[in-house]
Design a protein around this ligand. Structure first.
Ligand code: COA
Length: 162
């Protein structure tokens, strides 16, 4: 994936180094651990780490005017014709509402398509469901708890190429 830039000055690129991963994790620390009070032991897992070593996920880092402001990750441990999972989508509180979250999602979806996945599945916090619906995702099934936060499963099926 090459870095993509949207009209709001947001550039999203794959995390390719331990230094970039640290910047992505700092955003998640501020959003999930400090703002949402998710325990650190639940927030950081085996999919997070130096991309030279961790192959179960790819992460993206969004910069707005050069500053790291958003992140998200794509879990890859699924069959190619199944859905990949997106998670840990986070935008710094003061940077929300400028299209950063959308740019993060579109970059992760593009990466999943490139890798041959048929779509995306994610567990959405209830407050974020309208955000994902704006991007074409549809909610299904009952509410479940993850890190003591209410979620629902949502899916996006990629249109098949002709
Ligand atoms: N409710 C309704 N609509 C929302 C919304 C919300 N909570 N958040 C964003 N949107 C809409 C925007 O208005 C915009 O609509 P448009 O199509 O009219 O332009 C669209 O979704 C894209 O918004 P964007 O500016 O790209 O989103 P963002 O940068 O503010 O990021 C989150 C959205 C959810 C990633 C951000 O609020 C966040 O990091 N929240 C805390 C972490 C979190 O809960 N992550 C999700 C875990 S499942």
């Amino acid at each position: 994936m090459t870095p993509s830039e949207d009209p709001a000055g947001v550039e999203v690129a794959l995390v390719r180094s331990a230094e970039e991963m640290a910047r992505a994790l700092e955003i998640r620390r501020r959003v999930f651990i400090e703002e949402q009070r998710v325990p650190e032991a639940e927030e950081i897992d085996r999919h997070d780490g130096d991309p030279a070593r961790v192959t179960s996920a790819v992460h993206v880092l969004a910069r707005r005017d050069g500053r790291p402001v958003g992140t998200g990750r794509l879990l890859l441990e699924y069959a190619r014709d199944e859905h990949a999972h997106i998670g840990r989508v986070a935008v710094l509180a003061e940077e929300r509402g400028h299209g950063v979250g959308r740019a993060v999602m579109r970059a992760l979806e593009a990466e999943a398509r490139t890798r041959g996945f048929g779509g995306i599945t994610l567990g959405a916090q209830l407050h974020a469901i309208p955000f994902y619906e704006r991007l074409g995702y549809r909610a299904r099934d009952a509410i479940f708890l993850d890190a003591a936060i209410e979620h629902r499963w949502m899916d996006l099926v990629f249109p098949r190429s002709p």
